[in-house]
Design a protein around this ligand. Structure first.
Ligand SMILES: O=C(CO)[C@@H](O)[C@H](O)[C@H](O)CO
Ligand SMILES: [Mn+2]
Length: 289
């Protein structure tokens, strides 16, 4: 098991440059940095090559996260949007591969966060989502990338809210590089049992996000970490465990995640680094790796 952190912990914008965080995360002792792929198509080949070299020099593996926008939604009822979504993913995956990234996770099958001001068509969106992911799976596989479909809570997405729904979706897609992704923050809202949800995903679990129920770093709240660690060991999970703390207000990150109060307790960057370091030690101890 390898441990990582989403660099958005320190930032306010999904567009924030991730290059400078590779060395920082390595110094904190992490194995992985998760980067936002939302704006990766704006990086030049030279930027990507420099980041890849920095990752190799620092012994860091990269993974990618993404919440596709409404205009890139693979499950949209509008065929032109689905087409734009496919083209966006092909370009994004091509650039992601330049960083030797093998895992991209998020609501790849849909868009995020969902606009609930209009009625949603869960069955239709799900069916189009299966087709959309099926349509980009081989392209990703040829680049050696796994597509990890994140199960999100009801307030953020309607298509997949539980591990069981995620598993059924992934089985219907039926491609070896399409996997289920779970996140303790979302599981805490939707699952009856953390252990059972992880066991339900079993060998299909491709990526795992961690965070407390208020999205602070692991170890400071009331998430049942021992139960989660036992279940991950039980299914012999050897993939990435990436903490995804969101603690700062402001910017598009603050508004998409709905952080309306400072969850850092007024921490400066050094204190935020220390919190991340402590959360890593806690995660290695309680989850393994
Ligand atoms: O859990 C979430 C959102 O609540 C994330 O994994 C998200 O999809 C990604 O961070 C977007 O970049
Ligand atoms: Mn997540």
């Amino acid at each position: 098991m390898k441990h990582g952190i989403y660099y958005s912990y320190w930032e306010h914008e999904w567009s924030a440059k991730f290059g400078p965080y590779v060395e920082k995360v390595a110094k904190l002792g992490f194995d992985i940095i998760e980067v936002a792929a939302h704006h990766i198509n704006e990086y030049s080949d030279a930027d990507l090559a420099a980041i890849n070299k920095s990752a190799k020099d620092n012994g860091i593996i990269l993974t990618a996260g993404i919440g596709p926008s409404k205009t890139k939604n693979l499950s949209s009822p509008d065929a032109d949007v689905r087409k734009a979504g496919k083209a966006f993913f092909e370009q994004t995956l091509t650039n992601v591969a330049k960083l030797d990234i093998k895992t991209i996770g998020g609501a790849l099958h849909s868009y995020w966060p969902v606009d609930y001001s209009k009625p949603v068509d869960k069955e239709g969106d799900r069916a189009r989502g299966v087709e959309g992911i099926h349509g980009i799976a081989d392209f990703a596989n040829n680049l050696g990338i796994n597509l990890c479909i994140e199960v999100l809570n009801r307030f953020e997405n309607h298509v997949l809210n539980t591990a069981a729904e995620g598993v059924a979706f992934v089985k219907e897609v039926g491609k070896p590089n399409v996997k289920v992704m779970l996140d303790t923050f979302h599981m805490n809202i939707e699952e009856d049992s953390f252990g059972e949800a992880i066991r339900t995903a079993g060998p299909l679990l491709g990526h795992f996000h961690t965070g407390e129920s208020n999205r602070r770093v692991p170890g400071v709240g009331r998430m049942p970490w021992h139960e989660i660690g036992l279940a991950l060991r039980e299914i012999n999970y050897t993939g990435a465990v990436v903490m995804e703390p969101f603690v700062k207000t402001g910017g598009t990150i603050g508004s998409d995640i709905k952080v309306w109060r400072d969850l850092t307790n007024g921490a400066d960057e050094a204190k935020m680094d220390e919190d991340a370091r402590n959360a890593l030690a806690f995660s290695r101890f309680v989850l393994g790796g």
